[in-house]
Design a protein around this ligand. Structure first.
Ligand SMILES: [Zn+2]
Ligand SMILES: [Zn+2]
Ligand SMILES: [Zn+2]
Length: 111
């Protein structure tokens, strides 16, 4: 009587009965709009402030104390607006070309 210890040579195929719990997640379409609020400095449209002295147009330039007729606003052909004292001071400092300090176009007073 020969006892044969036959090792269990069978391939253990453990079948994983993975219970796939398919949780149906609702596909939320989140449209993330990259709301890039680019803080572009508004060089062109200086609607509220004088581009030279940075004072508001309803105020006066740095040389004047009281806003009003003594410190009027002037417009250029490029549609930029400045205090007259500011643009005159600026133009006097321009030796070669008289350019708008905002857009660098040739400054011409708007009629
Ligand atoms: Zn000014
Ligand atoms: Zn002024
Ligand atoms: Zn200009």
């Amino acid at each position: 009587m020969s006892e044969e210890n036959t090792p269990p040579n069978k391939d253990k195929d453990k079948r994983r009965t993975t219970t796939t719990t398919t949780t149906t997640t609702p596909t939320m379409k989140v449209n993330i709009k990259s709301w890039t609020s680019v803080a572009t400095w508004r060089w062109i449209a200086n609607d509220d402030n004088c581009g030279i002295c940075r004072n508001a147009f309803d105020g006066c330039c740095t040389d004047c104390k009281m806003p009003g007729d003594d410190c009027p606003l002037v417009w250029g052909q490029c549609s930029h607006c400045f205090h007259i004292h500011c643009i005159m001071k600026w133009l006097n400092s321009q030796h070669v070309h008289q350019l708008c300090p905002m857009c660098r176009q040739e400054w011409k007073f708007k009629e």
